[in-house]
Design a protein around this ligand. Structure first.
Ligand SMILES: *Cc1c(COP(=O)(O)O)cnc(C)c1O
Length: 454
């Protein structure tokens, strides 16, 4: 039996209707180097979604590999209660320097980071005698993970539907994504409408609200919805005015993805200085996509709310692998790479080249909207067929491309290491696949497909 068949029997795959594997089994990958994956038959596949948005510098990136190997000789893993270790200290200090948020709490995945930020916010208000502030605000189309707490601030119906009775849903306010703008309304006007809606909601409900959580600049799971930084400037102002924490979920957009080290840094306050959230959630690119690790960074003010002689006033949350030393070393290697080379500048130049190569996709008669921010490209295809995404995904694999459209939105989120030939493979292949998939609309192949998920 091959790997695919054995996986089908024994592995319950994420975000997957397993019955689909009867007709479309999972592709076994047996090696990975740079942006390339190699399957068990020797086919090369370009990882154009950075393996679910985690990979920054390609697979097998030497600095990360060497850092992990070195750490393995020192301390593999220890518990972080009552003990500490150099990598977690250094990582916390450096993340504090980069963000201005000097207190770092760790977990192993993005959803847990969301849980931590929500719990920490509500608990900090409670410790300060404001028990009533324990509700949250999220945005239309927002995604913050799929554990019960994270799902309660996630507005992706497909992910939430079956679990709705388990959740305490949060207030969902209009998204500044201009794709939601009414006809004739400009992106700037739409942004202002969303700011006004937030202001009105806060004015009425602020006494119950602990925090507002959002994905800065790009709402990933909503189909790479990109919005103006002005919204974030207003969020900072309003959250200050109404004493509500702002949680910036940078899990997908951190580490240069939007063109700045962190996405929220593109939003300026009235003083012309980049705004600072009260909490920042990091994961995905934090370790360059090599080991599971997440971090929640917060302010002195939040930290001080827990500083007390009473144990119950401490932040009582723990994960077995909190601050794993190997993962922290991988993260330090990522920060070293940003410090030692002009990653953001190199990305800017590479992105301009890929813009040109992908121009035929933008100009395609069936493409409605095209957009790019930093190292994320997205196109909304004029297609009503709900099977478009899954058919595209499979056709792309045949072209040597890992691409998974979200509904009608085709997107690239490649590792930062594509050379010109690889960019060309991506842009030309993606266009060919688009034409092929659109051509089979209404055919038996299209009828037989299922609805895909991100
Ligand atoms: C992926 C993601 C998460 C969840 O992270 P997991 O590690 O998958 O739990 C949360 N928020 C955003 C914005 C994400 O993209």
């Amino acid at each position: 039996m091959d790997w695919s068949e054995r996986s089908r029997r024994a592995v319950w795959h994420p975000c997957t209707q397993m019955k689909v594997h009867d007709t479309h089994p999972p592709r076994p990958i047996v090696s990975a180097q740079g942006p390339w994956l190699v399957d068990d038959r020797g086919h090369r596949i370009l990882d154009a979604v950075s393996s679910w948005w985690v990979n920054l510098f390609g697979h097998g990136f030497a600095p990360i590999r060497e850092a992990i190997a070195d750490q393995l000789q020192r301390v593999d893993h220890i518990m972080l209660a009552g003990l500490t270790h150099p990598p977690v200290v250094e990582l916390s200090e450096r993340l504090g320097q980069l963000t201005g948020l000097g207190h770092a709490f760790y977990a192993s995945d993005g959803a847990s980071a969301t849980e931590i930020a929500l719990k920490m916010s509500a608990h900090s208000w409670r410790n300060r005698g404001r028990e009533g502030k324990h509700r949250f605000i999220c945005l239309q189309g927002g995604y913050h993970g799929e554990t019960a707490g994270a799902l309660s601030v996630t507005d992706i119906p497909l992910f939430r539907e079956s679990y709705a009775p388990l959740l305490r849903l949060s207030a969902t306010l209009p998204s500044p994504d201009p794709r939601h703008a009414a006809p004739g309304v400009s992106p700037a006007q739409h942004t202002q409408h969303c700011i006004d809606a937030l202001a009105a909601y806060l004015d009425e409900h602020h006494a119950q609200i602990a925090a507002l959580i959002l994905e800065p600049l790009i709402q990933g799971a909503a189909g790479m919805g990109m919005y103006l930084p002005d919204y974030l400037s207003a969020v900072r102002r309003l959250c200050d005015q109404y004493e509500v924490h702002w949680i910036a979920d940078e899990i997908a957009v951190g580490f240069g993805r939007t063109g700045t080290m962190f996405a929220h840094q593109q939003a300026l306050g009235d003083d012309g200085v980049p705004v600072k959230p009260d909490f920042i959630c990091l994961s995905k690119g934090l370790t360059g996509g090599v080991l599971p690790l997440s971090a929640v960074l917060t302010t002195d003010e939040v930290y001080q709310a827990f500083w007390d002689d009473r144990t119950t006033h401490g932040f009582l949350h723990s994960h077995s692998y909190t601050g794993n030393p190997l993962a922290c070393r991988a993260a330090l290697a990522v920060l070293d790479t940003f410090a030692d080379s002009d990653v953001l500048g190199d990305n800017r130049r590479a992105a301009e080249r890929l813009d040109e190569l992908a121009q035929p996709i933008t100009d395609h008669p069936r493409v409605k909207t095209s957009r790019r921010l930093g190292m994320v490209w997205a196109w909304d295809v004029d297609v009503a067929d709900p099977t478009f995404a899954s058919r595209y995904h499979r056709a792309a694999l045949d072209e040597g491309l890992l691409l998974r459209p979200i509904g009608p939105t085709l997107y690239f989120m490649p590792p930062y290491v594509l050379g010109e030939a690889e960019q060309r493979h991506l842009a030309e292949g993606a266009l060919r696949v688009l034409d092929r998939v659109l051509a089979e609309e209404g055919s038996a192949a299209a009828q037989a497909s299922e609805v895909a998920v991100p």
